[in-house]
Every structure is written in C-alpha cells, then in structure tokens.
Write a protein that binds this ligand. Structure first.
Ligand SMILES: [Ca+2]
Ligand SMILES: [Ca+2]
Length: 83
C-alpha cells in the first residue's frame, strides 16, 4: 500500500466518509493542493485547475460510479505520480 496515496486520499476526503466524490476532489485540490505540494505530499505538476481535477477523478474512477474508493484512487495516483 502506498502511504503517500493514503495521506493524499485522507486529505482530499473532506467529509471523512472513506470515499471521494468529484466535488471533493475538485474542491480539496483547489483549497489544499498548494499546501500538500509544499509538504511534498503531491507533485507540484500534479496541481491543476478544476478541469484537471475532474479528469483525474474520471481517470481513477474505474467502475464509473459516483465516487472513488481508496483502491481506485491509489491505482491512479501511484501510476500517475510514480509512487
Ligand atoms: Ca468523502
Ligand atoms: Ca468508483
């Protein structure tokens, strides 16, 4: 398991329900992204606008439902960020 993926997932899970909605990914990356990047918890190049965050959600959302599980999120960020 990727500790970095876990830390990022928990930071983005704004309502702490164990899954990420599209709105959470967009909102959390906008509000917390710069801090996460400054802490080394997210590559600076991984920061993007709402469209990029939405695209990240779609890329990770393997089953096409409304939320990302940790497993879906981990698979995508590990691949994308080389973790
Ligand atoms: Ca959530
Ligand atoms: Ca899903």
């Amino acid at each position: 398991m990727s500790q970095k993926a876990r830390k990022l997932f928990d930071a983005l899970d704004l309502n702490h329900d164990g899954s990420l909605t599209r709105a959470e990914v967009i909102s959390a990356l906008r509000s917390k992204g710069p801090t996460l990047a400054a802490q080394g918890d997210l590559p600076f190049w991984g920061l993007g606008d709402a469209d990029a965050s939405s695209a990240l959600f779609d890329a990770a959302n393997a089953d096409g439902d409304a939320v990302l599980t940790f497993e879906e999120f981990e698979r995508e960020v590990d691949r994308r960020f080389g973790w």
